[in-house]
Design a protein around this ligand. Structure first.
Ligand SMILES: [Zn+2]
Length: 138
């Protein structure tokens, strides 16, 4: 570590600017400890603040910020669910068959889809371009 002395430049955290900035050392506590510094940006005189310890606090505070949940389109959801599902297990859709939650079906018109919810004789199926309500168990 380089030795400091009054008049030399040092990087210190500035409470006014709220940034680690270049400061001029005004006085030393002892030969290796910096006392007072002057901010080169706002000219304020204050005690030396180690920018490393201050930076850590700033970083952890920022981490608490929640990552916003991005909205997913039907197409993206479909691709994701089809990727997770076992390929080649699609059941051809028929009004007479019974379908379960999460089942992959193959619809003549809409193509492959994933059953999202089952409500009595209706199933909500996610197809590549839209969410459809179909009838089953007839
Ligand atoms: Zn300042």
């Amino acid at each position: 570590m380089s030795s400091f002395s009054a008049g030399k430049e040092v990087l210190s955290y500035c409470g006014k600017c709220k940034l680690p900035l270049a400061h001029t050392i005004i006085s030393m506590k002892d030969t290796s400890t910096i006392g007072k510094v002057q901010c080169k940006t706002c000219q304020a005189n204050h005690m030396y603040k180690d920018p490393a310890t201050k930076a850590k606090k700033v970083k952890s505070a920022k981490k608490t910020r929640r990552t916003s949940k991005k909205s997913v389109s039907v197409g993206e959801l479909w691709t994701e669910q089809m990727g997770k599902a076992d390929n080649g297990k699609a059941t051809p859709y028929s009004i007479r068959s019974e379908f379960k939650n999460g089942e992959i079906i193959d619809h003549k018109k809409f193509g492959p889809g994933i059953v999202q919810t089952v409500v009595d004789d209706k199933i909500e199926v996610l197809f590549q371009h839209e969410l459809k309500l179909l009838v089953h168990c007839k």
